[in-house]
Design a binder for this molecule. Structure first.
Ligand code: UD1
Length: 315
């Protein structure tokens, strides 16, 4: 029988791409999403790419009774938990919204896993847990720093909640967190991609919308950083590669190949690229212009970060 995986937030950017790769790898998938920052058409895109009907439940992961029904309706032993808010700036102005949603959802999922005997969870974490590392590339041993936003704090606390739960249940729950660097791009079919509601906060959807004429001009936040061209350095990873990392991660837990009840891995390319380099590459590759201007630094941004990918590669 095929293994089934519950994907929370499965209508979102990384969730849709991961669902496609799970199905390509032979898994069944159930998607839960409340569509707060996504559209049901994303599920149609996944269905067109895979040729599979995707069981979809429009449920808020804070609604324990509704989510419990999903746990009881489908037979699965693994969860990939994406469902969360992710706008850094908004989290500063509305911290309770972020703590309530991101941590409440995670705790509800973990409670229901225990109550329903579901064992494996892969958690969507972020390089934001490192803050501005003193040494680069960031390895998994690089100390976490105080989060610079409530959003980042929910990723740190989320990791801690999962680690404590996995240890306390003595292996009844096994968990793996993936610390994403900067996911970009889209499935080659272009049937799914990154389409946040409203004005994008992240760089690449802003670039694509500017190139398409939806936005007038891209603001480049800062060219006075201590970097070769003065703009910030990031580790941009293709979203399909990131999606495949989830397939490997869930397979590792299912096969019991994990080395402890809670593990965490960086997922990046290991190669830094500057914001200005990325814009210029996008312009060259696509033969388009992306009107942009330099403005002041964005509060809370780190100057440079990229991943050491050794642990993920070796494991
Ligand atoms: C941020 C979060 C990260 C989170 C991710 C997803 C931090 C430090 N990082 O990543 O944890 O997982 O968002 O939401 O909290 N930029 C511009 N113009 C724009 C948009 C961005 O110049 O219109 C620049 C930013 O200043 C930054 C780079 O592009 O230097 C990347 O920004 P973004 O795509 O928002 O990702 P991060 O801030 O790296």
């Amino acid at each position: 029988m095929k293994e089934c995986v519950l994907v929370t937030g499965g209508a979102g950017y990384i969730g849709t791409h991961t669902t496609v790769e799970l199905i390509n790898a032979g898994y069944d998938v159930v998607v839960v999403d409340n569509l707060s920052n996504s559209d049901i058409s994303a599920i149609s895109g996944v269905e067109k790419i895979t040729g599979c009907k995707i069981p979809f439940e429009q449920v808020n992961c804070l609604d324990k009774a509704a989510l419990d029904k999903v746990f009881k309706k489908y037979k699965f032993n693994s969860v990939i938990h994406f469902a969360a808010y992710k706008a850094v700036g908004e989290s500063v102005s509305e911290p309770l919204k972020y703590y309530h949603n991101n941590l409440g959802s995670l705790m509800t999922v973990l409670e229901l896993m225990q109550e329903n005997g579901v064992k494996n969870i892969v958690f969507s974490s972020s390089a934001t847990v490192y803050g501005q590392p003193e040494e680069l590339p960031a390895t998994e041993n690089t100390p976490r720093q105080k989060a610079n936003s409530p959003y980042g704090n929910t990723k740190q606390i989320g990791e801690d909640i999962i680690a404590d739960t996995a240890r306390a249940t003595e292996g009844k729950i096994t968990a793996l967190a993936l610390r994403y660097f900067n996911p970009v791009g889209a499935h080659p079919s272009a049937l799914i991609g990154e389409l946040p509601k409203g004005v994008p906060n992240n760089l690449v959807p802003f670039i694509t919308q500017t190139a398409a004429g939806v936005r007038d001009c891209l603001n480049v936040f800062g060219d006075d950083y201590n970097t070769p061209d003065g703009s910030a350095l990031r580790d941009f990873i293709d979203v399909v590669d990131l999606a495949k990392a989830h397939v490997v991660a869930i397979g590792r837990l299912i096969a019991g190949k994990n080395k402890s009840v809670y593990e965490y891995f960086n997922i990046g390319t290991g190669k830094p690229l500057s914001v200005l380099e990325l814009i210029h590459i996008f312009e060259q590759v696509n033969g388009v212009k992306v009107p942009h201007k330099i403005v002041g630094r964005r509060p809370g941004d780190v100057e440079k970060i990229w991943a050491s990918t050794d642990l993920a590669k070796n494991e």
